[in-house]
Design a protein. Structure first.
Length: 297
């Protein structure tokens, strides 16, 4: 009787050790190390956040939306680092899309602006999940256009130039040229098609540098006001006295025309896909075979 019990205990011990090593060597150890890293840097770690309520373009796509390995800090302002995935299609056409993101909370809303990094584009054009009307492109001075394609709402070109001064453009080129950037409502997002929340120290050093490069410029951005938000409606009765200048300044916020970019059609991708389909159809109906045969006669 004792021998079977000892054998059972031995099997349980071996199995438990194997399971412990398996868990510790995968998500268990990863989670422990990310949690310790977050604490060491004044942040809080969360294993997952289903369907995060963020206004960035990647967060409104597909289904089964989930952020994982989320690290959040609140000093000097709210910053969130995470990995994100969502799915599109169904059945055999089901695809999982994976992103890394950084979300930085601003103190006031700004116009919807996108910096599409040119370094991560593909044969089909931009890697972003949303395309924008080409009429909203704004060319900036220097070699900024070599690194980013900037989109801003029509009529907000002067505002974009106020926000993206030469020194801020230089910081984005030096520290975030491989990242796509989106400013929407009172958020700034960095995007990349790779894990951001990782155990790789070099990745964290890179992301921390990108955030730090723009943090001290937010004060300038938050002084921006949308002149379209007049402090009083046109035609209203004027005050019988001279109002102080600060009372005539528009309040924080963005007029409706500047809150969202107009979406466009990814023509380059459609043309390339259409060409492939066209040649595939020709090959299926034997056009190429007939041509080759006619040349061989």
């Amino acid at each position: 009787m004792i021998v079977p019990i000892l054998m059972l205990l031995a099997v349980v011990a071996v199995t438990g050790t194997a399971i412990y090593r398996l868990v510790r060597g995968t998500s268990g150890e990863r989670w422990w190390r990310l949690d310790r890293f977050a604490q060491a840097n004044g942040m809080t770690w969360f294993p997952s956040a289903p369907n995060p309520p963020l206004p960035g373009m990647i967060f409104g796509q597909g289904s089964s939306r989930e952020a994982t390995d989320v690290l959040r800090g609140t000093t000097p302002r709210f910053v969130e680092f995470g990995n994100y995935r969502y799915t599109t299609g169904s059945g055999k056409n089901r695809t999982t899309h994976r992103w890394g993101y950084v979300a930085v909370k601003l103190s006031s809303p700004l116009p919807h602006i996108v910096l599409d990094a040119t370094s991560n584009n593909s044969l089909f054009g931009s890697n972003l999940p949303t395309s924008f009307d080409i009429d909203q492109r704004l060319s900036l001075e220097g070699d900024f256009d070599r690194h980013f394609t900037l989109y801003c709402p029509q009529g907000y070109e002067r505002d974009a130039l106020y926000l993206f001064t030469p020194d801020i453009m230089a910081r984005f080129i030096d520290n975030a040229a491989a990242l796509d950037v989106e400013i929407v409502d009172d958020w700034l997002f960095f995007y990349g098609k790779r894990e951001f929340s990782t155990l790789d120290p070099a990745t964290w050093a890179w992301l921390f540098a990108a955030v730090a490069a723009v943090l001290d410029k937010f004060a300038q951005w938050e002084r921006w006001r949308d002149d379209r938000l007049a402090p009083s409606a046109p035609g209203s009765t004027p005050l019988p006295f001279a109002a102080p200048a600060e009372l005539l300044r528009p309040p924080p916020g963005v007029a409706p025309a500047g809150r969202r970019l107009t979406r466009g059609i990814p023509w380059a991708a459609l043309v390339i896909v259409g060409a492939f389909v066209f040649f595939w159809v020709l090959s299926q109906i034997g056009v190429f075979g007939a041509l080759i045969g006619s040349f061989g006669r």
